[in-house]
Design a protein around this ligand. Structure first.
Ligand SMILES: [Zn+2]
Length: 69
């Protein structure tokens, strides 16, 4: 897997596209606290295996569940 692979997730609060830090992908299936760079909303992102070797990123705001397809 390339170290330059780039993954993104959408902020459920403002729909801004944030880049997922590479370090987050080393902790698959673990919730990781991050902050939307646009609205500053505290987010929990959980990287999971998706179809076709893609990463499916689940994003949650403070207790709410939200899935980015
Ligand atoms: Zn945001």
């Amino acid at each position: 897997m390339s170290s330059s692979s780039h993954h993104e997730y959408m902020c459920p609060q403002c729909n801004h596209i944030n880049a997922l830090p590479d370090r987050a992908l080393r902790n698959m299936y673990k919730e990781q606290l991050t902050t939307c760079e646009k609205c500053g909303c505290k987010l929990e992102v959980t990287p999971a295996d998706g179809i076709n070797n893609q990463i499916n990123i689940v994003v949650a705001i403070a207790g709410q569940e939200y899935t980015v397809p």
